[in-house]
Design a protein around this ligand. Structure first.
Ligand SMILES: NC(=O)c1ccc[n+]([C@@H]2O[C@H](COP(=O)([O-])OP(=O)(O)OC[C@H]3O[C@@H](n4cnc5c(N)ncnc54)[C@H](O)[C@@H]3O)[C@@H](O)[C@H]2O)c1
Ligand SMILES: N[C@H](CO)Cc1c[nH]c[nH+]1
Ligand SMILES: [Zn+2]
Length: 430
């Protein structure tokens, strides 16, 4: 864990290193991922089976490539009442939030008499990546599938790794609840490549969404263009801005909630109180020792944890904007005031009673969020990621007379006479 203070003479340099040393660039997987994609494109299911044996330790021909709808329903029916109502609460809150994102078509006629507008339509098929390496993620299944359903996507295809061949029943139950059409027991970069190019078994999709580790995130990045993607959602990260009025153990728990995802996850604390900084550092050690995920969380905290002391929270927005973290928790007296100055963040959690983890499961907004500073230019998964917009234009003679001559002039200026002619021929000009 790195301790920094904004009053240190070399702070700017040290902080710049924190900003640039993001995990996805630190873990250099681009070449490995390119080779995996090439193999899946060339050898399809054969390559999928090989990588699954290598990374997940099971033989797909023995354990089965796909989980059928009956097995998903059976898993749902077998849920304890407590888990069933938790899953249903999560699903209904996620659905309500995303239903409000459905865009409206536009259709209007402007002053020149030109009819203009746009219609929204869903993609035909969506590939939903549900992580499953170190932990299983039924919550990510809901976060992927519900907005896709709300958008009106017809074919929902889940890929998820099942290490050692063990399928997580809650993932299957969530697939049943969300109305997923196919569940394939493959994960990693190879699963993303299969969704993009298709194989003999898996028909290709139009868009691949969802979170994953460095290999999954890099595969989506490399395959963008072959297939649509939501954004690059890699190893989790959290920035907590907290004052000394917080309980140190609560803040430590928040930092570790993201550290436990992945050894390359990152947790950062910004505080204006040196004693509180030390109290949180000590509390992290205590909280760590009680975690079943201790090994991963400890590696993440040791390698990528940062505590930054600032003289005043006025310094925090500039630091937060440079970090552009996936999650920003603001546990200060005026969280709203700080949020207004933070422009680059995947999702913001306001106040002392809003731990990030509540957003991971049941708050409603999507937990699939950009990492690796990509909140500078991208947003969390939404209904719009499963839709595209088609504009339309309609003119009559009067409208063409009104705006056509300008188009003719521009076409002539561009040296494109056929363009000019296709307009002028309708204006009665030769
Ligand atoms: N940003 C977000 O919105 C968000 C949301 C949820 C989870 N996450 C992240 O998802 C990730 C889940 O990771 P996970 O590992 O548990 O599951 P995962 O499903 O993302 O990855 C596991 C798969 O990675 C592949 N893999 C592992 N080692 C490999 C190697 N050396 N070479 C090639 N491929 C390899 C294997 O196929 C394995 O099945 C975490 O990093 C977590 O932080 C991010
Ligand atoms: N924090 C993750 C996004 O980075 C989402 C998640 C799912 N389950 C638990 N957490
Ligand atoms: Zn989480």
């Amino acid at each position: 864990m790195l301790r920094l203070s904004s009053s240190d003479p070399d702070f700017a340099e040290a902080f710049a290193r924190v900003v640039s040393d993001r995990r996805e660039s630190a873990v250099d997987v681009a070449d490995d991922v390119a080779a995996i994609i090439k193999a899946v494109r060339a050898r399809g299911d054969e390559a999928l089976a090989e990588y699954t044996a290598k990374f997940d330790g099971h033989d797909l021909d023995v354990t089965g490539w796909q989980v059928d709808a009956e097995a998903c329903k059976a898993a749902f029916d077998a849920l304890t009442p407590e888990l069933r109502s938790a899953l249903e609460l999560a699903a209904s809150r996620i659905r309500a939030y995303h239903e409000a994102q459905v865009p409206e078509d536009r259709d209007y006629t402007d002053d020149a008499g030109v009819r203009l507008g746009a219609t929204w339509s869903p993609v035909d098929a969506a590939g939903l990546y549900v992580p499953g390496g170190r932990a299983a993620y039924p919550s990510s299944l809901l976060m992927n599938a519900i907005p896709a359903k709300v958008a009106g996507v017809e074919r929902l295809v889940v890929v998820t790794p099942t290490p050692k061949g063990d399928v997580n029943p809650l993932v299957l139950a969530a697939a049943h609840l969300a109305g997923v059409d196919e569940v394939w027991r493959v994960g990693g970069a190879h699963a993303v490549a299969a969704l993009a190019y298709g194989t003999d078994r898996i028909a290709p999709v139009d868009v691949v969404t969802g979170p994953g580790n460095a290999w999954v995130a890099e595969a989506k990045r490399q395959l963008y263009g072959v297939v649509g993607i939501d954004m690059v959602a890699g190893p989790s990260e959290i920035l907590v801005i907290a004052d000394a009025r917080n309980d140190a153990h609560r803040i430590a728990a928040d930092l570790l909630s993201q550290a436990e995802h992945d050894p390359t996850s990152q947790s950062i604390l910004i505080t204006d109180d040196t004693s509180f900084a030390q109290a949180v550092a000590d509390a992290v050690e205590v909280e760590l020792s009680a975690l079943a995920t201790q090994e991963t969380a400890r590696t993440s905290w040791t390698d990528n944890g940062v505590i930054i002391n600032v003289a005043s929270f006025d310094e925090a927005p500039a630091l937060a904007n440079a970090l552009a973290a996936e999650h920003v928790e603001i546990a200060t007296d005026d969280p709203e005031g700080l949020m207004r100055s933070i422009r680059h963040a995947g999702s913001v959690f306001l106040g002392r009673m809003t731990p990030e983890a509540v957003g991971d499961y049941v708050a409603g907004p999507n937990h699939v969020l950009p990492t690796g500073r990509r909140a500078r230019f991208s947003s969390g998964l939404s209904v719009l990621d499963f839709m595209k917009r088609t504009s339309f234009i309609q003119l009559d003679q009067a409208a063409l007379e009104a705006i056509g001559p300008a188009a003719v002039a521009l076409a002539d200026a561009e040296g494109l006479p056929a363009h000019a002619r296709s307009i002028s021929i309708r204006l009665g000009q030769s």
